[in-house]
Design a protein around this ligand. Structure first.
Ligand SMILES: Cc1cc2nc3c(=O)[nH]c(=O)nc-3n(C[C@H](O)[C@H](O)[C@H](O)COP(=O)(O)OP(=O)(O)OC[C@H]3O[C@@H](n4cnc5c(N)ncnc54)[C@H](O)[C@@H]3O)c2cc1C
Length: 411
């Protein structure tokens, strides 16, 4: 019998869970296993400050190199877990070695979806998930270089902004009618289209990619279904991510758009937990399972999972939160809305000024809020959402009406 707590996936989530186990006083073995060769790091800078050359490499890491030994965390890098056996309470590594666990946390994250067109395997076609891929992009983003970004989601748009800042000539190709359409809806997505076009990005929406063409095995153009050829020195693909659920599936855990967990972050096998990008967890406030691919979720939810592993009463109900920085636009988004789940968008402040808050409402209730270049409002926005009260849209739109005063229970 072991009392080892084993964490598979050494990203932000895994590192925070290990830290919490120690902070909460667990004295048994903690093993943190990751298949990357870098110690755990944060990914947001890879498409922002680090890619722009503003942040030092050291700034991306979750802990110092010594932290793991100092806290008696057995960090095993470059190590892939190939199987989980929930009945035997053990995991198997790629070299065949076996490790027994008392409690297991899966924080295996996600992987960029591959572009499924001919030529996608050519040199010069980039994805962005790992630190070394950000280094390669930095090299490709030269003044005058022709960069084609496929996918106008957050990663695609942030990458486009970094390429523009480096002096590259940037084309962004998006299958939908607008960038970020599914997440933000038409009213707000337009703002991001205008932002990039104003910076000289050639944003082409409703674009269908037919093929990537190459010259001596290196990409030289993107061919669209309508016959348009867009010359490219490098292509960046950002067409979404898939949760890394293979281990869980083979282990027989319930998997449905991620590893299914309850609100206590427990997966469907005893003593197995999941958190971060890979988990599709029941959210008590929203009353449904959601899988969240955001930094704040990878920061906080694995800490909750670690406490649950220690037998503490945990019910995770933080509202989803994410942020993005593109050029001089910084935004935070709090809440959750299905693509067709709102009937009104209310703007507070002047959109043209670049400083405003957008609210998504259904039946007069605020479901989500996004503050753009306006800061320190996340808490009142969360309170408005949590109050579930019907608010007066005119007051919501009025920057002089304190957000704290808009619902009876808020503030
Ligand atoms: C470029 C970029 C920019 C981003 N910017 C933002 C942002 O601005 N705002 C925001 O909210 N979010 C952002 N995100 C999202 C955020 O970084 C993720 O939500 C977060 O990294 C998820 O953390 P995680 O620990 O769940 O998974 P990951 O960070 O994916 O870590 C999982 C780790 O597990 C490893 N692993 C997987 N399977 C195995 C296995 N079988 N054995 C061993 N190891 C395994 C993986 O290789 C990986 O190292 C960004 C992501 C990227 C890539």
């Amino acid at each position: 019998m072991t009392n080892a707590h084993v964490i598979v996936g050494a990203g932000l989530g895994g590192a925070k869970a290990a830290q919490t186990l120690r902070e909460e006083g667990f004295t048994g073995p903690v093993v943190l296993i990751g298949d990357e060769h870098e110690r755990p790091y944060e990914r947001p800078p890879l498409s922002k400050g680090y890619l722009l050359g503003k942040d030092e490499r050291e700034k991306i890491y979750v802990h110092t190199p010594h932290w793991y030994a100092e806290h008696d965390v057995d960090l095993r890098l470059g190590t892939r877990v190939t199987a989980v056996d929930p009945a035997a309470h053990q995991v198997t590594m790629a070299d065949g070695s076996v490790l027994a666990y008392a409690k297991l946390l899966l924080t295996t994250g996600s992987t960029p979806r591959p572009l499924a067109v001919p030529g996608a395997e050519l040199a010069g076609v980039h994805y962005l998930r790992q630190a070394h891929e950000s280094d390669r992009l930095k090299d490709a983003f030269q003044p005058g270089a022709r960069i084609v970004v496929i996918g106008a989601g957050r990663i695609g748009l942030e990458t486009a902004a970094a390429a523009v800042s480096a002096g590259a000539r940037v084309t962004v190709l998006e299958a939908a009618e607008l960038p970020l359409l599914r997440v933000l809806g038409r009213e707000v997505a337009r703002i991001f289209a205008d932002l990039h076009r104003a910076r000289g990005v050639d944003l082409r929406t409703s674009a269908r990619i037919a093929e990537l063409t190459g010259n001596a095995r290196t990409v030289d153009a993107v061919l669209l279904a309508d016959g348009t050829r867009i010359p490219a020195d490098a292509v960046v693909v950002g067409v979404g991510i898939s949760p890394n659920t293979d281990l869980a599936t083979v282990a027989g855990l319930a998997v449905d758009n991620g590893i299914v967990t309850d609100e206590h972050l427990r997966a469907s096998a005893v003593d197995v937990y999941a958190a971060g990008d890979v988990a599709n967890a029941y959210h008590p406030f929203l009353g449904r399972h959601i899988r969240v691919e955001h930094w704040a979720n990878a920061l906080n939810r694995p800490q909750a999972a670690a406490r649950a592993m220690l037998g503490q009463e945990v019910s995770y109900d933080r509202l989803p939160y994410f942020y993005t920085d593109q050029y001089d636009l910084g935004m935070e988004y709090t809440g959750y809305v299905e693509p067709d789940g709102y009937d009104q968008v209310v703007f507070r402040g002047d959109r043209a000024s670049g400083e405003f808050v957008a609210f998504w409402l259904a039946g007069g209730r605020v479901l989500a809020g996004m503050n753009v270049n306006v800061w320190d409002v996340t808490e009142p926005i969360q309170k408005l959402i949590r109050s579930r009260e019907i608010v007066d849209p005119a007051r919501l739109a009025d920057p002089l009406a304190p957000l704290e005063s808009l619902s009876n229970s808020a503030g």
